[in-house]
Write a protein that binds this ligand. Structure first.
Ligand code: DAH
Length: 339
């Protein structure tokens, strides 16, 4: 009998548990009502008097061993629960946290806004779904004007007065309708044209429109403003205003910057000329001022429009406009900026 109890003591001392359930099973087996210990206590009265002392001691040892084990494992399990708890192991290394990056179009747009805001231009916006008046007619492009074909337009089939704006020049009109000179504003935004998608053109892209209306605004002001911009944006200090035609400006010009011919890429993107076109500009046509309720005998103004994708492609050396809209994270992750 005593040997049997000693076996139980050894078993109790060697016992290990990883869960509460295992521990409870152990407790019931040794300390439960019908457990090993109670059986041995029940045996006690049958033990011969001369063995009672030794028997009593061994049973007590078994009791201490079993109780000690239960307490020890219980404490260990509870302290594990404290750190594991509802949140898991709080000492484990954190989940890696990936920070997003701004889209290159947003970065370039913000740079342009920054440059113009230092010379007093504010930012204005207009709707992408426009009406005929703001996109065409008010800009000196009446119905049947051939220049409407310069920009392939997405119309709403059931209502030809509703269209997706083809340029941000529509915001000029809205701004002049609502504000009196002096006006100095730039209008960034998305524009839409029904064009085949290729490496160089897309049916959705971004423009930035600029407008300055005040007394005595001259072509020289336009030229200096654009020169300041190209210096700040590209670090280039030579521009050329090439005579052109836009219905909403008179005279009109294309803005070329001298990019240089240092590298093979310079040759490729400037087609060997060194010059790059970045937008259009001109003196606001008096008809446009009149259409927007501004006295064309008192005020003059200049306007310009530039493609944001084109500028971003130049800044970052991107050869295909479609990359901006594919949203491939391997492409987007390369752009980091503080603005
Ligand atoms: N709206 C023209 C376009 O999308 C760009 C433009 C040219 C805007 C001349 C202007 C301007 O304000 O004066 O092609």
């Amino acid at each position: 009998m005593i040997d049997k109890i000693k076996d139980y003591i050894a078993e109790a001392e060697a016992f290990k548990a990883h869960t509460k359930e295992e521990l409870e099973a152990f407790r019931i087996k040794f300390l439960g009502k019908k457990g090993v210990l109670n059986d041995f206590f029940a045996e006690f009265k049958n033990v011969a008097v001369e063995h009672k002392k030794e028997f009593g001691q061994v049973i007590n040892n078994l009791k201490k061993a079993a109780e000690g084990k239960v307490n020890e494992i219980q404490e260990a399990l509870e302290s594990k629960e404290d750190t594991a708890g509802a949140y898991g192991d709080l000492t484990r290394p954190g989940e890696p946290f990936t920070v997003g990056s701004r889209h290159p179009i947003s970065i370039v747009k913000n740079q342009i806004i920054d440059i113009f805001s230092t010379i007093g231009f504010n930012v204005s916006e207009g709707p992408e779904i426009e009406d005929d008046w703001h996109n065409f007619t008010a800009l000196n492009l009446p119905e049947y004007h051939p220049a409407r074909d310069m920009q392939d337009t997405f119309f709403i089939q059931t209502n030809p007065d509703v269209l997706l704006r083809t340029h941000t020049s529509s915001v000029q009109v809205r701004y002049m309708e609502e504000n009196k000179p002096p006006i100095r504003t730039i209008s960034p935004g998305r524009v839409f044209r029904n064009e085949a998608i290729s490496a160089r053109s897309h049916c959705i892209f971004h423009q930035i429109e600029g407008l300055y209306v005040d007394k005595d605004v001259s072509f020289a002001d336009l030229k200096q403003t654009l020169l300041y911009f190209t210096k700040e944006m590209f670090g280039k200090s030579k521009i050329r205003l090439r005579p052109s035609y836009f219905p909403f400006t008179e005279p009109s010009a294309e803005i070329d910057i001298y990019w240089g011919l240092k590298t093979e890429t310079d040759y490729r993107i400037t087609k060997g000329t060194g010059w790059l076109e970045i937008g259009g500009c001109g003196m606001v046509d008096p008809n446009v001022l009149k259409n927007c309720g501004i006295d064309a005998t008192k005020y003059t103004g200049f306007a310009f429009g530039m493609g944001v994708e084109r500028i971003a492609m130049l800044q970052y050396g991107i050869g295909d406009i479609r990359m901006f809209y594919e949203n491939d994270v391997r492409f987007l992750e390369q752009f980091r900026a503080s603005i």
